[in-house]
Ligand binder design. Structure first.
Ligand SMILES: NC(=O)c1ccc[n+]([C@@H]2O[C@H](COP(=O)([O-])OP(=O)(O)OC[C@H]3O[C@@H](n4cnc5c(N)ncnc54)[C@H](O)[C@@H]3O)[C@@H](O)[C@H]2O)c1
Ligand SMILES: O=C(O)C(=O)C[C@]1(C(=O)O)C=C[C@@H](O)C=C1
Length: 746
């Protein structure tokens, strides 16, 4: 070892460099990248050992390491961290060499692609895995090898898996997390066996296929022409066949059981595809290709999000609105998100084909779609807002190959749980982020009421496994549940052996009733009891109406902005239309809703022009009917002449009242006089001042605050608009089309 500082204590060195002395054994592509990344960031003094002296010389001359080293006592005993980066089968001999000199305080880890074999090697050498040996594995790499391929950014925004063992030293484990995090990795913990199975499918099998494909073609009769005419597809598929043969031989020797399992599964699927080609089964092939395409597109989006750092940190977005000149134009609004979600679910569970148009395919609707695709449903995306869904029937879903991941979507979870509880196969649902710590007792109880077996590790939280069960007649009382839970209850009723019922339903069901009717299902509401006749949903053709909240917001915005002439071409008419439109009419707005109303999602043209608004007095019953749009009601009051009274607010569930109180703060901040007492709010109309507001991440509040800024004296800035932009993805283009002066600021 050529360490000039070898006389220094480890503590002193740690003071200079946070990770002290780090030795890499196997200074190739991964070991070199690790060393270079630490060295460039000034985080450690780097030593390298390799059986090829040439690699060490190159490592020093290219600045990847500080010093070449040998596995002597002087070296090993002086290290704070030792990283094994040789091919996995060479690790046992390295462990044998370092064993006599290894201190218990030194963190020993590795970067090998298999973990079970490395743990076995450690057991063989040490008798049991020492507490300071904690295996890890960066999920980043390349088809290159050798120290010259070292890349100091290789691990940034990639995952690093750590596989701690029961007896691993907690402070060294913490150090290992810090080490990978310092190189920019997202660190995740995994069980050794699970790691080897997952990686067998995600990494080992693809390498085997690429090597075998190239080898088979290279030895085929027409190999010269095959390579001559091979283009992008061949190159993309076979890039990894240029990887290091020693490394990959070691991987397959070390992870036999898991690779054979995934290979068998793949071979079976390949046989199915072979049969489909032989039998000219176009529909079968189409099904596989559409599902695979969408699974890959979904995976790429997740990867993009992660590499763009979005899943780590959500940047708060703000929006500004300048007093607009006028809102002018004709517009079609995209379909309601919650209806889109429900329509897709019903279409997947129907017999026959459904055609869904004006569907909102943004955000978590895609998570639900992906889950159904994973369970065998063919969903064709005909255009950005149209789907053709080949329904499989209520019990026709197929067991997914892997657990269903709802990511962070509670909406997707509520759609999927009752449907999965009704199937004849066991299934596991996993999630991510905050969703993992949210108790789902009410939803899980609902599944239990269906007769479902619900198994969770942490009480009523994700992940959850469902086992097939004998279905029970669904009879539920949902006094306090959310609207989503009520939606889930209706789906649960689909699986009830006899007509199910839901008591104490506190939400209007007009929209659900209409949606179910499209699929041939009859929902009735009688004295607070919702019933669903047992029937099999049938494929349907549905054109979803424009989003009701967006319609109400645009109508108010045009009504209070002089010079406005707005037409919304696909506003919902009839019973299901928002009561906000008649409310606007009542307070003097120039509003006309044109269109015949018979059944279902009938749509008409809503025309709005400016007119002065007049103060109003709303009873508790009217306020209940307008509960979703109360923030907009308050904005209307702020611009109306005279005093407006809004009654019965404290009779509403607390979150409606909270939203109104937030808006009252905003109005007061903008100089509008408000008084709130005993659930009654009075607002005296005036001219809002403008300024900065915070919508606390609430989509409806954000819209109301933007409307408030439309005629205020100064520009209005609304902070925390992330949820708004996720819900109303077309806000920018709608604003541009209608002449709003609305902009996003980071
Ligand atoms: N290549 C990838 O994409 C990738 C990704 C993640 C993890 N890994 C893992 O990282 C490790 C290294 O892979 P790589 O791609 O850097 O390979 P590489 O061939 O570039 O480097 C391996 C180095 O180890 C040295 N070596 C071999 N046996 C040795 C021994 N007994 N003592 C000392 N040195 C020895 C070799 O001389 C070589 O320099 C492997 O375990 C591999 O499974 C690779
Ligand atoms: O990107 C590549 O070339 C890789 O092969 C990297 C890859 C992988 O399969 O994803 C290879 C092996 C690993 O252990 C981890 C990552």
């Amino acid at each position: 070892m050529n360490n000039n500082d070898s006389g220094n204590t480890v503590g002193a060195l740690l003071g200079d460099k946070p990770f002290g002395n780090v030795l890499i054994v196997g200074l190739g592509m991964i070991g070199g990248s690790f060393a270079k990344a630490l060295k460039e960031r000034g985080l450690a003094t780097l030593y390298g050992a390799d059986r090829r002296e040439g690699e060490l010389a190159l490592g020093v001359s290219t600045g990847v390491i500080d010093y070449p080293a040998e596995l002597t006592e002087q070296c090993i005993a002086n290290m704070d961290v030792i990283v094994l980066a040789t091919p996995v089968r060479a690790m046992e001999s390295v462990l044998l060499e370092i064993k006599p000199y290894l201190k218990a305080s030194t963190l020993l880890t590795d970067v090998g692609s298999t973990k079970g074999s490395v743990v076995e090697a450690a057991k063989k050498v040490f008798g049991e895995v020492p507490a300071n040996f904690i295996p890890s594995h960066p999920i980043a790499g390349a088809e290159k090898s050798g120290v010259l391929a070292a890349n100091s950014q290789l691990f940034e925004k990639h995952m690093a898996i750590v596989t701690p063992l029961f007896d691993s030293d907690p402070s060294l484990l913490d150090r290992l997390h810090q080490l990978w995090a310092a190189l920019g990795s997202d660190v995740v913990s995994m069980d050794v066996k699970h790691h080897d199975h997952v990686l067998a499918s995600s990494s080992h099998l693809p390498h085997l296929l690429a090597y075998t494909l190239v080898d088979a073609l290279a030895n085929s009769e027409r190999s010269q022409d095959v390579f001559k005419f091979a283009a992008g597809g061949f190159r993309d598929f076979t890039r990894i066949a240029s990887s290091d043969p020693v490394m990959w031989r070691d991987v397959f020797l070390s992870n036999k059981e898991a690779t054979l399992a995934t290979l068998d599964l793949f071979t079976d699927r390949l046989a199915v595809m072979r049969a489909a080609i032989e039998q000219g089964d176009g529909a079968g092939m189409f099904g596989v290709f559409t599902r695979a395409k969408s699974a890959r597109d979904h995976f790429l989006r997740l990867l993009e999000q992660r590499t763009a750092g979005q899943s780590k940190e959500v940047k708060p977005l703000s929006m500004t609105v300048s007093p607009a000149s006028a809102i002018k134009g004709e517009i079609f609004l995209s379909g309601d998100k919650s209806l889109s979600h429900k329509a897709i679910t019903l279409a997947c569970l129907s017999s026959g084909v459904s055609h869904l148009s004006n569907i909102d395919l943004t955000g978590d609707v895609r998570i639900t779609m992906q889950a159904f695709r994973d369970m065998g449903v063919v969903i064709e995306e005909i255009s950005a807002d149209q789907l053709r869904v080949h329904g499989v029937g209520l019990k026709g879903l197929k067991a997914p190959i892997a657990p269903i991941n709802v990511h962070q979507s509670s909406a997707a979870l509520h759609q999927l749980m009752p449907v999965l509880a009704g199937q004849d196969f066991p299934v596991t649902l996993v999630g991510e982020g905050e969703l993992l710590s949210q108790p789902m007792k009410e939803l899980f109880d609902l599944v239990r009421a269906m007769g479902g077996h619900v198994m969770t590790a942490a009480a009523d939280c994700l992940p959850v496994s469902l086992a097939p069960s004998v279905p029970q007649t669904v009879s539920l009382v949902l006094k306090n549940g959310s609207k989503r839970l009520h939606g889930a209850a209706l789906l649960a009723m689909l699986y009830s052996p006899e007509a199910g019922e839901l008591r104490a339903c506190k939400y209007g069901i007009a929209q659900t009733k209409a949606l179910f009717a499209y699929f041939g299902l009859q929902v009735t509401l009688d004295e607070g009891v919702v019933r669903l006749d047992s029937a099999v949903p049938q494929g349907a053709q549905i054109k979803l109406p424009g989003d009701v909240t967006q319609t109400a917001w645009l109508a108010l915005s045009a009504a209070l902005t002089p010079g406005s002439r707005l037409a919304i071409e696909n506003a919902l008419v009839g019973d299901m239309a928002s009561p906000y439109v008649p409310f606007l009419k009542k307070i003097g707005a120039n509003v006309r809703l044109l269109g015949d109303h018979s059944t279902g999602f009938d749509q008409g043209r809503l025309e709005v022009a400016f007119a002065p608004l007049v103060g109003f007095d709303l009873s508790a019953t009217e306020v209940y009917g307008l509960r979703n749009e109360l923030a907009l009601v308050c904005v209307a009051a702020a611009y109306a002449s005279g005093v407006s009274v809004i009654r019965g607010l404290s009779d509403l569930p607390y979150y409606y009242e909270d939203r109104v109180l937030c808006l009252v703060d905003a109005l007061t901040h903008f100089g509008i006089v408000c008084e709130y007492s005993a659930g009654q709010l009075t607002i005296t109309g005036g001219i809002p001042l403008g300024g900065e507001l915070d919508c606390a991440g609430d989509y409806r509040l954000a819209l109301a605050m933007l409307a408030l800024g439309l005629r205020s004296r100064e520009m209005t800035r609304v902070n925390d608009c992330q949820a708004l932009l996720e819900e109303f993805t077309e806000l920018g283009s709608v604003a541009a089309q209608l002449g709003f002066h609305c902009a996003v600021v980071q």
